[in-house]
Design a protein around this ligand. Sequence first.
Ligand code: FE
Length: 328
Amino acid sequence: MKYLSIASILLFTAYAQAKSLTVYTSRKEHLVKDIFKTYEKETGVKINYKTGKAGALIQNIKAELKDPKVDIFMTVDAGNLWYASSEGLLESTKSDVLTSHVPAHLRDRDNRWFGLSVRARTTVVNTNLVKKGTNISYEELAKPEWKGKLCLRTSKKVYNQSLVAMLIGTHGYDKAKSIVKGWVANKVDIFSNDTNVLKAVAAGQCAVGIVNTYYFGRLIKKQPKLPLAIMWPNQKSYGVHINVSGAGIVKNSKHQEDARKFLEWLASDEAQKQFAQVNMEYPILKTAPQTDIVKSWGEFKPNTAFNLTDAGKLQKKAIKLMHEVGYK
Ligand code: FE
């Protein structure tokens, strides 16, 4: 017994002076490794991390909740972040830095998670099949003019669930349903990932696909001659649907303050540059520079009216809607 209590005092002391933080992340290792190293170099705080699928990491956190081994959960898509917070796994964090750096529509209303980089779910066209200046929108793609011209990724991906959640939030359930029903009627095929959607568009199998910007960036970097171009949708209405990668502090983390400092650093100018650039994403901070390739896609109007907390809240409805219209 005596030994045990000494051990716990030692453990407590170690916790009180955090020289390390642990992050569970669904981001690929090569996207986070260097930025974690930069932080270590600057502060002496070691960042330990474990990577995996978002769902599995959420289950891990849930299982460890009474005595968490992790301080920060970092993942992509507001849908995943919202799910973790709705399961009671994330702490609400009070930070003027985070609330001033991260725009309100890109973080949780209760400050349990914060967006750290932005990706746009845009339309990409085959430049031989779609004329420049064509008016394109998520709603347009449901019209009969696009029959047999649309490539979609599976409805099982959270990116599409959040996109449909945005349509529900914007138009209401019934109108959103008629839009998605139109997509299904117009689709050529359904693909397992965004890159395969892009390859089908490039091959002329369809004229247009809906994908995240960085997948376009990755493919075009490798094969710059492909007849593909981003055509920003909804520029005459509410703007392109955007989503985030982001993070929150895990409930009962023993290093809340250090974890908050780390998140604040990730939202700083200097870290934003590195964090967004590595995956060809957009920084949260308007002042942080973009990479040349991202800049080359031009300015666009993002949808700032839709609060990403609702992408999570409406997720179940989105899944139901897609099921009802036969979007596989
Ligand atoms: Fe992705």
